[in-house]
Design a protein around this ligand. Structure first.
Ligand SMILES: [Zn+2]
Ligand SMILES: [Zn+2]
Length: 234
């Protein structure tokens, strides 16, 4: 929509339009469809420039990057811009025609330099639509995606291969775990052997300790007594 900013020099004005933008215009394969877009805003003269606030409201249909299902979500976003108009009566360079007067030159975020008092809101609208498409659309925060083996939708329930499949990112770690377990077993075995030898040597001491323990356990709860009995039976 073309806005005649000069109007705002007298008093702030409000603009509103309903737009239809084909999803293909945004060149994002994850965007399937856009509903009608309610696009409105307000322009205030803030000598030397104009302050523009705009709001969009619409619905967009996206494809979930994990499960590849379509889903629709409501979108609302806003934009604020400071529009500065270049000095008037500037001599036109060769090859420049009146049509170029509405082109934007964005110097800074949120600041737009205009050649005259006309402002086309379409580039701002398209930029907002683009920004409102998530980098990785998800149908729900915890979408479980598709099984990489059989392609089953994991949100609908597990498939038989899901438990056996190992995420390749864990393979290095599981190798490390295997090595650690093996080493642990070796160390454990060595410790056990040493302990056996020691036990033989200290059998007398151990027997004495067991006797002391049995004496100490006398008069305890039946459960503890039963446990002691089991140990004795061994
Ligand atoms: Zn999903
Ligand atoms: Zn599967």
């Amino acid at each position: 929509m073309q806005l005649d900013l000069d109007r705002a020099r007298r008093e702030p004005f409000h603009w509103q339009e309903t737009r239809e933008v084909p999803a293909a215009a945004l060149e994002r394969p994850e965007l399937e469809r856009l509903s009608e877009i309610d696009w409105q805003g307000r322009v205030t003269f803030t000598d030397p420039g104009f302050y523009l606030t705009g709001r969009l409201a619409y619905r967009q249909r996206l494809i979930c990057t994990r499960c590849l299902k379509s889903f629709t979500e409501p979108v609302e976003s806003g934009v604020e811009l400071l529009l500065l108009v270049e000095e008037r009566h500037r001599p036109r360079r060769s090859g420049e025609d009146a049509g170029e007067g509405v082109e934007l030159e964005e110097e800074d975020l949120g600041v737009v330099i205009l050649h005259d008092d006309r402002f086309d809101t379409d580039p701002v609208l398209l930029e907002q639509l683009q920004l409102n498409i998530p980098m990785k659309p998800l149908c729900r925060p915890g979408c479980r995606g598709l099984c990489p083996v059989c392609g089953a939708d994991r949100n609908a329930g597990g498939c038989s291969c899901s438990e056996r499949t190992t995420d390749p990112r864990w393979q290095d770690l599981s190798g490390l775990k295997e090595r650690l377990t093996r080493r642990e077993a070796e160390v454990g075995l060595a410790t056990e052997k040493a302990a056996t030898n020691e036990a033989t040597l200290n059998e007398a001491t151990l027997n004495e300790a067991a006797l002391n323990e049995a004496v100490a356990n006398e008069g305890e709860t039946p459960q503890a007594a039963a446990k002691t009995h089991d140990v004795d039976a061994d």
